[in-house]
Write a protein that binds this ligand. Structure first.
Ligand code: MN
Length: 753
């Protein structure tokens, strides 16, 4: 098992001489790994970059205490060794933090190197601002957009950025807890999906493992421990499994490598969570990989030969065969995957690839450049992906925050392959509809689409495509996109196409509404001043002037009500203002009451031990003892979320500036509602036993209990009030000790999710 054990950061204590040696050693290692790519004249350039960066950073140290230059050196090594980039990228990686953090300017870089290098550094500098946690949502979304735009322009920017981020994640140990949470969340939110989309599986996987390690240390440790304890048994199992395959492969004269590897910790965790099972119940913890040394013209044939050797020995699950050789994934991944039944009824996933495919799987996009001369169709697929990105992002109407959301969904979904009437293949995410297909071809085609012929049969816009479908788009010049389309569209490109259209149409309608309103105000001897517009937005409860004008135009608000307004000078004044004030008071006190009733009261938070009113997030229902953070909401004050809340990554990454450090006070007077789900064997006395624990032994307040029994097995949910996590743990332990109960888990939310 090759878990990525990280070096523990200790206080860095070295003499100046030792430091110099260490830095030089790192630099020489970088040179060695670049060796076969170094052309004449490269070496002095690289040396120059190294010396320039070392000089610029010479007075800075990292949080761990080590000289700063070790960071750019490490980033350059990751870029070269793990992503497969070349000399230019190594130079850029060495200089990546100089413009941001030191006196060096982009002009300096252009002068000392060239425009290509300074453009990449510029891209990297812009991206680094994303971590500026003080900026607001729109600025952060704008920065995500910049990331994606630079990706579309020169993929090296994002590849070096990924190397930078990976090194930061590897050295996160020395950061404080908040930084750890924020950086981890941002990594899960945007960088890991990007690495995935670019085919950098190893890097994506390590990022996710590290993020899990810092966001949910207990779970990470538990799985790591589990893997350690079962290592011996798993190794034996794998060796037995591999043995007959090895013999036959040798017999048939294959040049190959075969080995088993444990799945990443985060993917084991995903399985535990999605299937609601414990570590012991996750069966396919390992996968077997066979890497063939095969000439290009025999690759496909050889892989299928190996497939047949495997299935001669083990029964395959026909539903789990994946042929990414005939049709590679959109990010270029090629391999044959099958899942077969091993000894003791365990499913084992087997991946078959050639050495070339393996390099693509590990180095993703960068490896494509290397094989560019090979002339595969991969290149064009990536190009079209990048082309799409550019097209959408450069449209000034695109709502960035929305787009990022949709784009992220695109990143992870599985793909289907469909064909145009001429037989050209298009790759779309699974679940894409006929209308998504139309937008994929061209935005104009999408907005005019009225239906499609799927394999020559007429189908509606919302028809969900399957792999192999041939799609012919039918259009009409009278067609216009509608709000309903958004219900069934799934690709980011189509959604933003429709949204842009709707926004443009709304803007036009709003312009008419603005005219109507202006005339109405003139008749009242008032004008469309900023003050008055604001007053009316408040009165009609519209969030923006655009929404106000639009509502006027479509008659959603009644402007004859304006006749009841008084006008002082030019200012509109709503007569019944006092009445509003009164009701506001009323609702205030009502809100107060309901909060008290829920038992959410004052607790000491933050560094100054201020008393702040807060509410507990419904999505994850934290209780004292949980690792939590506070989130400043627009209307409801501080909301407390669990650090492992399903929404945490999104909140921390997008709204970092609104996150407040929180901790629990030692106040045990308040009870918190929480829930557990349990399964067990049906037993007439079970409810009695459970209620005995709740009200007898532990004296907890129970809100509800529901048990459902089927075929001798029951599933139940219990909602109780506890004082803190300790009490919840005790409760779970007591339940677990009951005979017949075999699983207890905490609910994320009261509706049982
Ligand atoms: Mn950096």
């Amino acid at each position: 098992m090759d878990t990525k054990q990280l070096p523990n950061i200790r206080i860095f204590e070295k003499t100046e001489e030792e430091e110099k040696k260490l830095i030089l050693r790192e630099y020489r290692a970088l040179l060695r790994s670049l060796k076969q790519n170094l052309k004449r004249g490269d070496k002095p350039l690289l040396r120059h970059a190294f010396e320039l960066a070392a000089e610029a950073h010479k007075n800075t140290r990292r949080k761990s205490g080590e000289p700063y230059i070790l960071h750019p050196l490490a980033v350059a090594r990751i870029a070269v060794e793990e992503i497969g980039l070349g000399v230019t990228s190594a130079i850029c990686a060495l200089l990546h933090d100089t413009v941001e953090d030191t006196e060096l300017t982009l002009d300096d870089i252009t002068r000392e190197f060239n425009v290509k290098v300074s453009k990449i550094i510029d891209g990297l500098t812009k991206i680094s601002n994303v971590i500026d946690l003080k900026s607001d949502t729109t600025i952060q979304a704008e920065n995500f957009r910049k990331i994606l735009l630079t990706l579309a322009e020169d993929p090296r920017v994002i590849l070096i950025k990924l190397a930078d981020r990976l090194h930061n994640m590897r050295t996160l140990e020395s950061m404080n807890r908040e930084k750890q949470l924020k950086i981890s969340s941002e990594t899960t939110y945007i960088y890991a999906p990007l690495a995935h989309r670019l085919g950098l599986y190893e890097i994506k996987s390590e990022m996710e493992d590290l993020a899990l390690k810092y966001t949910q240390p207990e779970i990470y440790a538990e799985i790591q421990q589990g893997l350690k304890e079962t290592k011996r048994e798993r190794t034996r199992y794998i060796n037995d499994f591999i043995k007959p395959l090895k013999e036959e492969l040798q017999l048939q004269d294959f040049n190959f490598e075969i080995y088993g590897r444990p799945k990443a910790i985060h993917s084991i965790w995903n399985k535990m969570r999605n299937k609601q099972v414990t570590f012991d119940e996750v069966y396919d913890i390992f996968a077997i990989r066979i890497i063939l040394d095969s000439p290009p013209e025999r690759e496909k044939e050889d892989c299928w030969k190996v497939y047949s050797i495997i299935t001669n020995n083990y029964h395959p699950n026909p539903e789990r065969l994946r042929d990414w050789i005939s049709v590679p994934k959109g990010n270029g991944y090629e391999a044959l995957h099958t899942t077969v039944m091993g000894r003791n009824g365990r499913w084992v996933e087997v991946q078959i690839r050639t050495a070339r495919m393996n390099e693509i799987a590990e180095k993703g996009l960068a490896a494509h450049w290397k094989y560019k001369e090979g002339g595969t169709s991969q290149e064009s697929k990536l190009d079209s992906f990048l082309g799409h990105l550019r097209e959408v992002l450069t449209n000034p109407n695109t709502d960035t925050i929305d787009f990022i959301q949709d784009f992220k969904l695109d990143l992870f979904t599985e793909e289907i392959y469909v064909y145009t009437p001429k037989g050209d293949m298009r790759v779309l995410p699974k679940g894409a509809t006929a209308l998504d297909f139309a937008f994929d071809i061209h935005t104009q085609l999408g907005t005019r689409c009225i239906g499609a012929k799927i394999n020559h049969r007429l189908a509606p816009l919302s028809y969900v495509l399957g792999s192999g479908d041939q799609v012919e788009v039918i259009t009409s010049s009278k067609q216009q996109p509608s709000e309903e389309w958004l219900q069934f569209l799934i690709t980011a490109k189509a959604k933003s196409g429709v949204k842009n259209f709707l926004k443009e149409r709304k803007r036009k309608t709003a312009a008419e509404g603005r005219d109507i309103l202006r005339k109405k105000l003139e008749s009242l001897k008032a004008t469309l001043s900023q003050y008055n517009v604001k007053e009316l937005m408040q009165y009609y409860k519209k969030p923006s002037p655009l929404d106000l004008y639009y509502a006027v135009a479509v008659g959603n608000v009644d402007i004859s009500e304006l006749d009841n307004f008084s006008v002082y000078g030019d200012k509109l004044n709503h007569l019944s203002k006092e009445v509003i004030a009164d009701t506001r008071n009323l609702s205030d006190s009502e809100e107060h009451k309901s909060k008290q009733a829920k038992g959410a009261e004052l607790v000491i938070f933050g560094e100054q031990s201020d008393k702040i009113l807060y509410t507990l997030a419904q999505c994850c229902q934290p209780i004292p003892g949980d690792d939590v953070f506070g989130f400043v909401t627009a209307g409801e004050g501080l909301k407390i979320h669990r650090a492992d809340c399903p929404n945490a990554a999104r909140l921390l990454a997008n709204f970092g500036h609104r996150v407040v450090k929180t901790k629990w006070a030692k106040n045990k007077e308040i009870s918190f509602l929480t829930g557990v789900r349990l399964t067990g064997l049906d037993d007439v006395g079970v409810i009695q036993k459970i209620t005995n624990i709740i009200s007898g032994d532990l004296k907890l307040n129970m809100r509800s209990i529901s048990l459902e029994s089927k075929d001798g097995v029951f599933n139940g949910t219990i909602m109780v009030y506890v004082r803190d996590r300790e009490e919840l743990n005790l409760f779970c332990a007591r339940l677990g000790a009951l005979e017949g109960i075999n699983k207890i888990e905490r609910l994320d939310s009261p509706d049982g999710q």
